[in-house]
Ligand binder design. Sequence first.
Ligand code: NAP
Length: 100
Amino acid sequence: MTTITKNSKIYIAGHRGMVGSAIWRALEAKGYTNLIGKTSKELDLRNQQAVYDFVKQEAPQVIIDAAARVGGILANKDYPYNFLMENMQIQNNLIVPLIN
Ligand SMILES: NC(=O)c1ccc[n+]([C@@H]2O[C@H](COP(=O)([O-])OP(=O)(O)OC[C@H]3O[C@@H](n4cnc5c(N)ncnc54)[C@H](OP(=O)(O)O)[C@@H]3O)[C@@H](O)[C@H]2O)c1
């Protein structure tokens, strides 16, 4: 079991999004000093090898997944399968390096 301290390296996936940026601000306000984030341009979370390499290299103690392809009401209604698959891919890619 990992003990989380104010210096623990915490990677917030989707840190520029509505949810991710709110988590970032909340943790910062509570004194967490070692937050890391990557834009989707810097790290496409659909790319399993890139995510694997990033997590292995950075070795964050905590990963918070707030990254997702999010559409409006119409897009969510029209493309539910695409959104679901992409978001499961993002989530799975973040989990794989933790078990290998
Ligand atoms: N907003 C709400 O009220 C709310 C409430 C409950 C649950 N949620 C859930 O929380 C999650 C995030 O929602 P949100 O409203 O924060 O969405 P958002 O504002 O659109 O932010 C999505 C974030 O995901 C990142 N992202 C998307 N695709 C990516 C990819 N392929 N690689 C790397 N990063 C990627 C984006 O990065 P870039 O900005 O760098 O492109 C962005 O930071 C969703 O699952 C949503 O259903 C949201």
